[in-house]
Design a protein around this ligand. Structure first.
Ligand code: MLT
Ligand code: MN
Ligand code: ZN
Length: 310
């Protein structure tokens, strides 16, 4: 199974269009130790010919253009795409807006929880993905589903599971109190398995907390991509970027006693990779003490174009 990181940044990417924070200014100035990042998404394939996308970011067009295996083939007719399916972990703009890049009457499948599919069907702009070409497949929690797209089996099995999180920002219901109207299935993690070898990895780009249920699910995993949005819960507030903490945004911080590095310390995961990294996060500075601390704890920081195979 081949895995390609199409994008490793959080919503807004790096640098973010309207941000002049320390990191964004540094990457814009091509300072050493900084590299630009598009918004988070993975591409996965068993055979290198047919690909599954994990989320569709607003940067998808650019991501396809910089990934030779994702472009249309010269030998399969005038219109074709190796992208056969997209699975969605929530309805956030940085995870669904790239679906609009996949218009132009190309057949593929969208797999998501019913709550997320309802968001797509409730917004007529997604009707550009005509139902007779683009199948919308509702996935139940914890059920292993063999991925099909454009009438083909991809040889990949996806399992979706609930993780602590929050409804998409633009769907928040302030009148619902602290839950903001979040319902089960609004944020999920994925387990992707190669049907032939049985090799598997996890993709959890948004997660508010590592609870006992998630810890036991991830225990002993070969590879986990995990929410690396923020180094500390209040970093966006302290940097004057946004008046919200990570807890309020549905993202657990990386550092500290309640953070993901501590949460993973007893879980025994083979390879741990932070992804969905916000532009405010000091991990993006390859020379920072925070980056050294994460690497010393066995973590890698995903970058655009990173490739892994399992
Ligand atoms: C998030 O990860 O919290 C969202 O992408 C935020 C947003 O929609 O801007
Ligand atoms: Mn996001
Ligand atoms: Zn910034």
């Amino acid at each position: 199974m081949r895995i390609r990181v199409l994008g490793s940044g959080a919503g807004g990417g790096f640098p973010q269009w309207n941000c002049s924070c320390h990191n964004c200014a540094a990457v814009r100035a091509h300072a050493p130790g900084f590299r630009a990042r598009t918004q988070s998404s993975l591409a996965v394939s068993r055979d290198g010919d047919r690909w599954l996308l994990l989320n569709a970011s607003p940067d998808l067009g650019e991501q396809i253009r910089s990934s030779p295996s994702l472009g249309a083939r010269p030998d399969v007719g005038p219109r074709n795409s190796p992208i056969k399916a997209v699975v969605l972990t929530n309805a956030d703009i940085d995870h669904v807006a790239g679906l609009l890049t996949l218009r132009e009457s190309q057949a593929f499948s969208i797999l998501a929880n019913q709550r997320v599919l309802d968001v797509l069907s409730g917004n007529p702009v997604f009707n550009v993905l005509a139902r007779d070409k683009v199948a919308r497949v509702a996935m139940a929690m914890d059920e292993a589903t063999a991925v099909k797209g454009a009438g083909e089996e991809l040889g990949l099995v996806v399992q979706m599971f609930e993780v602590p999180g929050k409804v998409a920002l633009y769907l928040e219901d302030a009148s619902a109190g602290a839950s903001l109207g979040t319902q089960p299935g609004d944020t999920v993690g994925l387990r992707i398995e190669d049907a032939e070898s049985g090799n598997a990895f996890f993709y959890v780009p948004g997660c508010a907390q590592i609870d006992a249920r998630l810890a036991s699910r991830l225990r002993g995993a070969t590879l986990v991509f995990f929410d690396g949005t923020l180094w500390s819960d209040d970093e966006m507030v302290r940097q004057g970027l946004l008046g919200k903490t990570g807890a309020r945004m549905g993202h657990v911080n990386v550092s500290g006693e309640s953070g993901s590095m501590a949460g993973f310390a007893g879980i025994n995961v083979g390879r741990k990779v932070f992804i969905h990294i916000n532009n405010s996060n000091p991990l993006l500075d390859e020379t920072s003490p925070e980056r050294a601390e994460a690497e010393a704890a066995g973590w890698e920081v995903a970058y655009d174009g990173m490739e892994l195979s399992l």
